[in-house]
Structure formats: structure tokens, C-alpha cells
Design a protein around this ligand. Structure first.
Ligand code: ATP
Length: 134
């Protein structure tokens, strides 16, 4: 079976290095981007969202990332993200607290872009950690 080599790094951690996978699905700016073997080479920006990939044995793994980009070249998929976590490493309660704090800040000062971005990350982390529990 054909495979992709998947690498995902953030400044703080490397989540995968040349991992053999069947597919990778990423949060693109205009919707989900699914990459299968033999995908055309491309580069694209990514938004804050849930990603998942399928190992060669069929197991799916979920995670959350916040903005970055992806490069696909000759069956190699490389993702560079500002933050990224595996679903099983996400502290759900921390994300719920971060959501609450960001919503409070946004109510006090509706223009704070920083808190909109924090809120997005908190919601996506909760989504990824729930997806992994299904
Ligand atoms: P918080 O207010 O909870 O720190 P944040 O959105 O400000 O949330 P970030 O600046 O995006 O946090 O991330 C800082 C670091 O903490 C990164 O390494 C990120 O992967 C990690 N991180 C953030 N939230 C969580 C979480 N809920 N579970 C696990 N790791 C997290």
C-alpha cells in the first residue's frame, strides 16, 4: 500500500517525524485539506483547527494546531504550526478555562484580537480531545 511520510513540528515540539501514514487531514483556510498518496505537490496556509492522520494499520490519531503551513512534495507532508498538540496530550479542563477567560476578556473589550485567537485555540483543543474519545 502506498504511504505518505508525515512530519509535524511546532517551535515547542516535534509531534511526528517522517511517520508512515495513509492519509493526513488538515484545517485549510477554505475547509479541510485531505492529502492521500500521490497528491499533487503544493504549499498552503493552515488555520486553527483539528487535524487527523491514519496510520498504516488504520488507526486514526487526532490533534489540534493553530495556524501554520503545509508543504506536500513527493509523498512527503510537512506541517509547521505555531502550536500543536496530540489529542491525548490536551488538558481538556485547561482548554475550558482558557475559553472562559478569553470570553470574559472579549466581553470587557470586544476588540481584543489576542483573545479571539485564544478562544479559537481553546475551542479547537476541546474539539480534538473529544474527537479522540469517540
Ligand atoms: P492557556 O491560557 O491555557 O495557556 P493559550 O491558548 O494561551 O492557553 P498557547 O499560547 O496557545 O496557550 O500555548 C502555550 C503552550 O501550551 C503550547 O506548547 C501549547 O501546545 C500548550 N497548550 C496550550 N493549551 C493546552 C492544553 N489545553 N492542553 C495541553 N497543552 C496546551
Amino acid at each position: 500500500m502506498m504511504e505518505l511520510q508525515f512530519t509535524l513540528v511546532s517551535p515547542e515540539r516535534s509531534l511526528c517525524q517522517n511517520l508512515a501514514v495513509r492519509q493526513v487531514t488538515l484545517p485549510g483556510c477554505e475547509g479541510q485539506i485531505q492529502i492521500l498518496p500521490d497528491h499533487i505537490d503544493f504549499v498552503s496556509t493552515l488555520m486553527t483547527g483539528v487535524f487527523y492522520y491514519t496510520l498504516m494499520d488504520g488507526k486514526q490519531h487526532f490533534g489540534a494546531l493553530s495556524t501554520g503551513f503545509v508543504e506536500v512534495r513527493q509523498n512527503r507532508v510537512r506541517v509547521f504550526a505555531h502550536t500543536a498538540e496530540r489529542a491525548e496530550d490536551i488538558d481538556h479542563a485547561r482548554a475550558v478555562n482558557a475559553q472562559r477567560r478569553a470570553e470574559e476578556k472579549l466581553q470587557g473589550n470586544g476588540s481584543a484580537r489576542k483573545y479571539e485567537l485564544k478562544l479559537q485555540r481553546a475551542l479547537v483543543r476541546q474539539q480534538a480531545s473529544r474527537a479522540a474519545q469517540q
